[in-house]
Design a binder for this molecule. Structure first.
Ligand code: HEM
Length: 449
């Protein structure tokens, strides 16, 4: 990690250059968000930006990000990106304030206890097999759409284990519309723009309503039949706090929608990027095939295979470094404070970006290169440098779930298929608060070993 002596004086952070009158940095933030945010590190450790009428600070140094995330009461959930997500996720675990977080997190922790992972992994393996069963040699697939279907099937199944019920969840279309809405609105720094009667805003509101209705019906169904289905919804219904109180229907609704959105978009994006990166790096792909042929011998991957698939694991880590799906996050300052010697007033928005940190050349040499083997020597990067799952009390609760799902899907699919993006059309990121690739097609070739 770069060593830095932060000033002890309480100065104001420098403003990034290039602000336009009235709009400030909003055009750059909206039109080329990744380059703009990654470029801020050159202007200081804590940099001020202006998005139209809003001011925000961006923490660019890993030590500042570590301090920020270690103190989740001073830097609470809120600010630009979060406020939009709250419209959909309500007070679910990812968006609830620090004051109620501890109770909720303790109640939900058992859902992601390592003991449950083998059950989840078995369901993941079935859904991976089901999603890929119709694939034929020579088929062309829309990769992000296929990975979204796969990740939705997995999350829905782990939430509601009985396949006939999970299959009957009409969540896919409404989830995709809701997520697109959240991503677009989170990046729209003009106040009120999200309330205009545009087709996109109308689709978003309809989809949000559909999701509410589906979860309401499911909760009623589970409450009527009190058995443990060994799924996430059963854990939510059985969870009790220290006073023996359970979660209300409204709380369960927010958690279900949070798991669906947080668990699906992220893993789908990771898998989509992984196929693009492997195709662009055939030497890594060949080594992956060798690992899979040796360990799996043509069969689908199971949870117990994962310790024998270290290159697969490094490919997941490296994909998450280059393209962290949650690439930018915000916090709101609850009380006057200082960060890195700079004064931050209560109410200020602080942004931090896993993408920015992961692309710092002083933290990751040749940061734009896809090099899974860097994880042979960097197995435990310093706190705050590699944060695809965040850090501290608000770290992702589904981190192992997500990496297990990604590793099982990559191993099972790559063991049988070569996924080659259609030539001549570079895979590019979408513009939004989630870092996913734009739709791209690929040809599937059945591998002969
Ligand atoms: C590759 C997959 C995933 C990535 C990259 C990812 C990323 C993240 C990040 C960066 C955070 C921290 C947000 C913050 O600090 O504001 C987070 C939190 C969260 N994630 Fe994930 N996530 C993934 C998979 C999942 C899955 C599979 C689930 C659930 C099924 C999930 C559920 C959550 C929840 C509930 C939180 C809020 C935790 C809290 O505040 O206590 N995530 N995730």
């Amino acid at each position: 990690m770069p060593t830095r002596l932060f000033p002890t004086t309480r100065s104001t952070a420098a403003t990034a250059p290039g602000a336009l009158p009235l709009l400030g940095h909003a055009p750059a933030f909206v039109h080329r968000p990744l380059d703009f945010v990654a470029g801020l590190a050159a202007h200081g450790d804590l940099v001020r930006i202006r998005l139209g009428p809003l001011d925000a600070y961006v923490a660019c140094h890993p030590e500042l990000v570590r301090r920020l995330l270690a103190d989740h009461r001073t830097y609470d959930k809120g600010g630009l990106v979060l406020d939009e997500a709250r419209e959909v996720l309500g007070d679910g675990l990812a968006t609830c304030p620090a004051a109620t977080h501890r109770r909720q997190r303790r109640m939900l922790q058992t859902a992601f206890h390592p003991d449950r992972l083998p059950d989840h992994a078995a369901m993941m393996a079935e859904e991976i097999a089901g999603t890929t069963a119709p694939w034929r040699h020579g088929d062309t697939v829309d990769v992000p759409a296929a990975m979204h279907r796969l990740a939705t099937a997995v999350t829905a199944r782990c939430l509601v284990a009985a396949p006939e019920r999970a299959g009957s969840l009409p969540v896919h279309a409404s989830m995709a519309a809701v997520t697109r809405g959240v991503a677009r609105r989170g990046m729209m720094p003009l106040p009120g723009a999200d309330r205009l009667p545009t087709p996109g805003n109308r689709r978003f509101r309809r989809a949000r309503q559909d999701l509410r209705e589906v979860t309401r019906r499911l909760i009623a169904h589970y409450r009527a039949d009190a058995s443990d289905h060994r799924d996430l919804l059963s854990v939510l219904l059985g969870a009790r706090d220290e006073d023996g109180q359970g979660l209300s229907d409204a709380e369960i609704h927010d958690h279900v929608v949070t798991f669906l959105l947080a668990g699906t978009e992220t893993t789908a994006a990771t898998l989509s990027w992984a196929w693009a990166l492997l195709a662009a790096n055939p030497a890594v792909r060949d080594r992956l095939h060798t690992e899979l042929d040796t360990v799996l011998d043509g069969r689908p991957a199971r949870h117990e295979d994962l310790p024998s698939l270290p290159l697969t694991a490094r490919i997941v880590s490296e994909t998450l470094r280059l393209y962290p799906p949650v690439w930018i996050l915000s916090r709101t300052v609850t009380t006057d404070t200082e960060l890195g010697g700079h004064h931050l007033p209560a109410g200020a928005t602080v942004l931090f970006s896993p993408y920015l940190l992961h692309r710092r050349a002083d933290l990751f040499p040749c940061p734009d290169r896809f090099d899974p083997d860097r994880w042979l020597t960097t197995a435990h990067p310093a706190a705050g440098t590699y944060i695809p799952f965040g850090l501290g009390a608000r770290r992702c609760i589904g981190d192992t779930f997500g990496t297990t799902e990604a590793a099982l899907a990559i191993a099972t699919i790559a063991a049988r298929w070569t996924v080659t993006p259609t030539p001549g059309r570079p895979v590019r990121p979408t513009r939004g608060s989630s870092l996913a690739p734009r739709p791209f097609t690929a040809t599937l070739a059945r591998r002969s070993r």
